[in-house]
Ligand binder design. Structure first.
Ligand code: ADE
Ligand code: ZN
Length: 326
């Protein structure tokens, strides 16, 4: 028990966190009340987020996000999210941000949102030490045209603390190659690349993300375990997987943690990392993730040091920043 306690308190680098998906339900309910927005169907009777499955989760996510209407709302959200992460001993966090939710794809509005988020993050860093970097993210089910507008916003604001470009959303819609133009644009602007793949679709979707989008990290990627040649490729090319075990169990990708392939992938030499995805939606925290992995797989401090080192090395920040979290 003493050992679990010290594992839980280890400093952590988190690479896969959706900014809006980290909003506590009470925070969203409070904003909805302030703005007289009707959020019926978003919450269960006990106040937690209500969803039946992944596609329903995405629509509840978008409904909850609709109460975040101004840069000031995002400043408040950023403080709430980073304070919760810092309370879980997270020292460095990369969060997914989308112009689709912050200003509707307009570059000028997007800049104002980013400015507000950045100011809040600097203040929280001063108070808690936590470092925030942003990954601009297009949403797959919003389609390739909207993704181009997102990539243009990303290219305009690349550098400083905006370090990456990615894609989230419904993996069953469209193909990675439909988004290649946007990923090329982001890469040319100097952004580092990641894509959600192999969460809902199979190993082929991970291969397509690597081949067509040329990403260096994969969000989830867990279904790679069904294709051992692909696993070898991940190892050889040091592709880091942003694995979110609690999310996968909550959304029923796997029935329980014991059935989750994170340990098999690690044993085969894949660079695995641990993140929470949308923690209040999935009733998890970084401390919970660490505790549950220690209990399910017997991971000790040496294993957690290894996965946290993987995360620090795969972070999209500059080398000075990396040296502060290694
Ligand atoms: N958006 C928020 N969470 C997501 C997830 N786990 N997969 C895809 N899109 C998401
Ligand atoms: Zn995600």
């Amino acid at each position: 028990e003493e050992q679990l306690d010290s594992i839980m308190r280890l400093p952590k680098v988190e690479l896969h966190l959706h900014h809006e998906g980290a909003a506590p339900p009470g925070f969203i309910r409070g904003l909805a009340k302030e703005k007289s927005v009707n959020l019926s169907g978003v919450f269960k009777a006990d106040g937690s987020y209500a969803f039946r499955d992944f596609v329903h989760f995405l629509s509840v996510y978008e409904a909850a996000t609709s109460v975040l209407k101004t840069p000031g709302d995002y400043a408040r959200l950023t403080k709430a999210v980073l304070e919760e992460s810092a309370a879980n001993d997270v020292i460095y966090s990369e969060t997914f941000l989308s112009p689709d939710f912050c200003g509707g794809g307009d570059v000028g509005a997007w800049r104002e949102y980013l400015h507000a988020i950045r100011e809040a993050a600097i203040e929280t860093e001063r108070d808690t030490g936590i470092i925030l970097r942003g990954i601009v993210t297009c949403i797959r089910h919003f389609g390739p045209d909207q993704a181009k507008a997102t990539a243009l916003c990303a290219a305009e604001t690349a550098g400083d603390w905006i370090v990456g470009f990615g894609i989230a959303g419904d993996e069953s819609r469209g193909k990675p190659r439909d988004f290649a133009y946007s990923f090329d644009l982001a890469r040319e602007a100097g952004l580092r690349l990641t894509a959600h793949a192999g969460e809902w679709s199979g190993a082929g979707s991970v291969r397509e993300a690597l081949d067509d989008l040329k990403v260096e990290r994969i969000g989830h990627g867990v279904h790679a375990i069904n294709d051992l040649a692909l696993v070898d490729r991940l190892v050889e090319n040091q592709i880091t997987l942003e694995i979110c075990p609690g999310s996968n169990v909550a959304l029923n990708v796997y029935p329980n943690l014991a059935a989750h392939p994170i340990e098999k992938l690690r044993q085969r030499g894949v660079k695995v990392t641990v993140s929470t995805d949308d923690p209040p939606f999935f009733h998890t925290t970084m401390r919970d993730e660490y505790l549950n992995l220690a209990r399910s797989f017997g991971w000790d401090e040496t294993v957690f040091a290894e996965i946290n080192d993987n995360a620090a090395r795969a972070a999209f920040c500059d080398e000075d920043t990396r040296s502060r979290v290694l």
